[in-house]
Ligand binder design. Structure first.
Ligand SMILES: Nc1nc2c(ncn2[C@@H]2O[C@H](COP(=O)(O)OP(=O)(O)OP(=O)(O)O)[C@@H](O)[C@H]2O)c(=O)[nH]1
Ligand SMILES: [Mg+2]
Length: 380
């Protein structure tokens, strides 16, 4: 479609178009999820179906967040009818498989927060020139195509992401599920998302515009988007060359709406809702972060370290209290035990005394008996 209709950004409503054009149009997408779910493949698929050949296509590895998590930042410039968007894709390596470490995803959450932080600090500088800005406008969360439901780990991470970024859940490797299983899986995921209060991105509803309402509804109904990723050109049985994955039974096509929701996702990201994703990030997610930080620290103060954080202080205080209580309880248990021992000793001593006196009296009796016996035998 790229070859025929262009990227589509030039068709965005004029007013917003101008705003973004003035800002230089900066759009950042991040992919997150367990290892091996096809995150990198999807990015490459996006580039090979829509964004190719990027004029200014750079890949670079970026700072090691920790030993396990290295993110990759891919930058490309999209241009259409003199309308430019700087696209940045942040590829994160999968978590969850190298260790059963529930905190393995913490660097990803930190990364999102750090971008808000960096931007905020730049805003506070007297010279507010060109800012480097990696605030994430859309975060694709990859769900393993188990066919069952969301895992507790998914729920935990999605909750945290949903309050920080525009979260867009996707079902990875849709070609591994049958259409019926996929529909059921989607339904279950939607139910869990609702029940757990996970915040996911909602396209804006412009009530005066029927076409846009219809479009938003179609997209919402498709969430979480099922994805097939592939950069391979394959032949379909009816002779078309498509991006897809070849199987004995046929071809799973990336851009076939009957096979997966790749086109819907791409449309959401780079056609219809790019501007909304950018402005909601600015107005809602960044603003939330800024306000939260303002409440917990003074203007210009560095980011609160975990240990200085009031919440952690509270936790630490509670822990200390619990510890003291436990020590006290243990002490009183020991004292009771000690007293019990003393009482027991006294009781045993008394017993001993009684036993001694019993023995004494028995010995006395025995003496008497022996004496009597002696006398008796003497009589014989
Ligand atoms: N069946 C199927 N396989 C896929 C799909 N997308 C990717 N794969 C395959 O899954 C494997 C892992 O893909 P990657 O893109 O490296 O996965 P990743 O999520 O980036 O993995 P990490 O970087 O380790 O987190 C590769 O062998 C891909 O060819 C898909 O849609 N369907
Ligand atoms: Mg990868």
């Amino acid at each position: 479609m790229a070859s025929v209709g262009g990227i589509g950004i030039a068709n965005l409503p004029n007013q917003r178009h101008k705003i973004v054009a003035k800002r230089g149009g900066h759009f950042t997408v991040m992919v997150v999820g367990e290892s091996g779910l096809g995150k990198t493949t999807l990015i490459n698929t996006l580039f090979s179906t829509e964004l190719s050949p990027p004029k200014d296509y750079r890949r670079r590895h970026v700072k090691q967040l920790d030993k396990l998590t290295e993110i990759e930042i891919i930058k490309a410039e999209l241009e259409e009818k003199s309308f430019k968007v700087k696209l940045t894709v942040i590829d994160t390596p999968g978590f969850g498989d190298y260790v059963n470490n529930r905190d393995s995803w913490a660097p990803i959450i930190d990364f999102v927060d750090d971008q808000h932080e960096t931007y905020m600090r730049q805003e506070q500088q007297p010279e507010r020139g060109e800012k480097s800005d990696l605030r994430v406008h859309a975060c694709l969360y990859f769900i393993r195509p188990t066919g069952h439901t969301l895992k507790p780990l998914d729920i935990e991470i999605m909750k945290r992401l949903g309050t920080r970024v525009n979260l867009i859940p996707v079902i990875a490797k849709a070609d591994t599920l049958t259409q019926a299983d996929l529909a059921l899986f989607k339904q279950r995921i939607r139910e869990v998302i609702a029940a757990q209060g996970i915040r996911v991105y909602q396209p804006p509803i412009e009530e005066d515009d029927e076409q846009s309402m219809e479009h938003a509804k179609i997209l919402m109904d498709a969430m979480p988007f099922s994805i097939i990723g592939s950069t391979e050109d394959v032949q379909t049985p009816d002779g078309r060359t498509v991006k897809g994955r070849e199987y004995l039974w046929g071809v799973a096509e990336v851009e076939n709406e009957n096979h997966c929701d790749f086109r819907k996702l791409r449309s959401l990201l780079i056609r219809t809702y790019m501007l909304d994703l950018i402005s909601t990030t600015e107005e809602s997610h960044y603003e939330n972060y800024r306000q939260q930080q303002m409440e917990t620290r003074k203007f210009g103060e560095p980011k609160v370290k975990k240990l200085d954080n009031p919440k952690f202080k509270e936790e630490e205080e509670a822990l200390r209290k619990r510890f003291t209580e436990q020590v006290k309880a243990e002490e009183s248990r020991f004292r009771q035990w000690e007293q019990h021992l003393i009482a027991e000793r006294d009781r045993l001593n008394k017993d001993l005394e009684t036993t001694h006196s019993t023995i004494k009296s028995l010995e006395g009796e025995l003496d008497n008996l022996q004496a009597g016996y002696g006398r008796g035998s003497q009589r014989r």
